[in-house]
Design a protein around this ligand. Sequence first.
Ligand code: GUN
Length: 291
Amino acid sequence: MTAKRLDGKVLAQLLRSEMAATVATRIAAGKRPPGLAAVLVGENPSSQTYVRNKRKSCDEIGIANWLHTLPADTSEQQLLYLIDRLNADPAVHGILVQLPLPKQIREDAVIHAVTPLKDVDCFHPENVGRLTAGHPRYYPCTPHGVVKLVTHNGIVWAGKHAVVVGRSNIVGKPLALMLMQKSTAANPAGCDATVTVAHTRTANLKDLCRSADILIAATGVPNCIRPDMVQPGAAVIDVGTSFVDGKLVGDVDPGVADVAGWLSPVPGGVGPMTIAMLLYNTLRAAELIDG
Ligand code: GUN
């Protein structure tokens, strides 16, 4: 079997053109353009690339954006001071502090400092709590991108066994929540799936993965999902982004394409969707803040 491609690049382009029209309508009605402030501390090359791509996508659809670059030796207090200014700035609807941060800065302190209405990453405990309780303000970008990519391709989540490999706060944990939740008017990205979360201490990972109708790999370990771990015909979503010899690779061994029914590529799968959902949240933030 050669898996069908879950093309995030094409879907993200479609979503961007829809959002560009919504932004243009808002501006024609005399509203401020939605605005995203990105904050980059230090010189991590991957973070620089991610932030550049996020800003390019903002430019494409008319979202105002600003980059605040701070040196690697910035203190936590200096970063919190900048976040306070952005919290108070009416032109800024979304604040994105690119992670990871240098070790002298506590990630938790920064996540707590972003005012929840401008928390377009959906990392603040208030927004995580709302998501958990089934009445989200925002959806976290990568999990939302995964849900949209699968749904758009006509794959049904409801009643399926979804196995999420990885339990990070950014992907595995919130994605598992969204997949298990009831789809309601207040929570339209709820998926009604039966969900298992696997992690580094999971016993018999191979058999567990083979029982998945939809397998989501979010481990950060290159090629750790091998062909014998996949049920023939299953949908496999690769959320991994590692660099091996300067090349971007996912968590899924290329041989999985011969077993799976559907496979999201790296690059060109979940990555572009994550950025599209960040734009979506920024637009939503503008609607919530400015009306
Ligand atoms: N670092 C890796 N992924 C993310 C993300 O989704 N948001 C932010 N702010 N930093 C990240």
